[in-house]
Design a protein around this ligand. Structure first.
Ligand code: NAD
Length: 375
């Protein structure tokens, strides 16, 4: 029997991210020496059938159609929120009020004010929080951050970032929660929040933005196959120029209609002594250029993820064999659990979710006013 304290998990939402989080906990327990023994206690969804299906598939003990039941379950220490953005705040505040640690998907909430309320409540209650900015948990992104911090590529002058996918490219994709303006925005809030998090993580705080938002598909069917349509009010594409606090400049783009692009979370970072190039579609590779290299052979070198890039080695002893998306979730889980065990707060805690939201909000404001907006 394990001598470790048991930590109970209550998951809300069993869609794309619900499954990824459940896998994250399961994988983390298998590959890492975690500070706790994990107990997948209960899973909640809107119907008993969907919750029950997820319980069986994902390995939870109980299922419910009422997420509030998780709050009073004495076996649950963590409330894990993977529901649409609009629901994060109510669920997180209720969890915090019950003294639970909270793992919540991004974007933290639709507005800056709501995010601030969530941060303040969590910090006051002393609970640990984690937000799903999983792309930052890649061992090669840890390497990129180390390279930048060491000064190896010199002073960082600029960063170009993009998060583009094509899941909304078909104009027949029907109305869904992602198109509800109350969710906090379109492509920028939904997937652009990831590239903003990466820019902040690697280069630092963003000072100002100048942006344009574009609605390319102005109406969509109210339901799959319906001829009735509803106007689209949120961005399909957003582009912005960026000025960082440290003097670097850059730009980002978010698009969910980038035909053919499945996961283009990409960036290029240019320093005075070198550059780093990354694409999430090849998440086990990063490219590095250094001006100090022999001029005859100088060029971008490709570095493959391997055990020398922690925590890759926990997943696989052999380099180049590759880790995947759900493994990034497992690393995110590990960081969260280490913080609950007394370690430092995750780099992507609620406060960071709030900081990202400030950039999102300033970007939307800039697109309205056509002016630079200070964060
Ligand atoms: N980190 C990432 O890479 C990533 C990727 C996709 C989505 N997300 C985020 O994850 C969240 C969910 O997105 P998704 O793609 O998993 O959506 P989804 O539609 O696939 O899943 C949402 C789930 O929440 C459930 N739900 C809705 N209302 C509920 C309620 N009142 N009680 C209990 N369950 C309820 C739905 O039934 C569904 O199971 C969003 O905030 C989204 O922005 C993050």
């Amino acid at each position: 029997m394990s001598s470790k304290r048991k930590l109970g998990i209550g998951l809300i939402g069993t869609g794309f991210m619900g499954k990824a989080h459940a896998l994250g906990f399961t994988i983390a327990a298998r590959v890492f020496d975690l500070p706790f023994e994990l107990d997948l206690v209960s899973v909640a969804d809107v119907t008993v059938e969907s919750a029950e299906r997820a319980r069986g598939q994902l390995g939870f003990r109980k299922a419910t159609a009422d997420w509030r039941e998780l709050l009073t379950d004495p076996d649950i220490d963590i409330i894990d929120i993977t529901t649409p953005n609009l629901l994060h705040k109510e669920m997180a505040l209720a969890a915090i009020a019950h003294g639970k640690h909270v793992y919540c998907e991004k974007p933290l909430a639709p507005t800056v004010a709501e995010c601030r309320e969530m941060v303040e409540a969590a910090e006051k209650a002393g609970v640990v929080t984690q937000v799903g900015f999983n792309y930052l948990k890649n061992p090669l992104i840890f390497l990129a951050k180390d390279i930048i911090a060491s000064g190896e590529i010199g002073e960082i002058r600029s960063m170009r970032g993009i998060h583009a996918e094509d899941f909304m490219a078909d104009a027949q994709v029907p109305w869904g929660w992602r198109l509800n303006p109350a969710s906090g925005g379109g492509a920028l809030a939904d997937i652009g929040s990831h590239i903003i998090a990466s820019m902040r993580h690697l280069v630092g705080p963003i000072k100002q933005v100048l942006a344009e938002t574009i609605i390319q598909i102005p109406e969509r069917p109210v339901a799959a196959g319906s001829s009735e349509t509803r106007a689209v009010e949120v961005d399909d594409i957003t582009r912005a120029f960026v000025r960082f606090e440290n003097g670097a400049t850059g730009s980002f783009e978010a698009s969910w209609i980038a035909t053919g692009r499945k996961m283009q979370h990409d960036f290029e970072i240019y320093g005075s002594k070198g550059s780093i190039v990354f694409t999430q579609e090849r998440l086990n590779e990063i490219r590095l250029y250094k001006i100090g290299d022999d001029i005859r052979t100088r060029g971008f070198r490709t570095i493959w993820a391997g055990p020398e890039h922690p925590p890759y080695g926990a997943f696989c002893v052999a380099p180049g064999h590759q880790i995947g998306f759900n493994d990034l979730k497992a690393i995110e889980v590990k960081e969260f659990l280490d913080a609950i065990a007394g370690g430092k707060s995750p780099s992507t805690d609620f406060r960071e979710g709030y900081e990202v939201q400030k950039v999102l909000s300033a970007t939307y404001q800039s697109a309205k006013t056509n002016e630079w907006v200070r964060i």
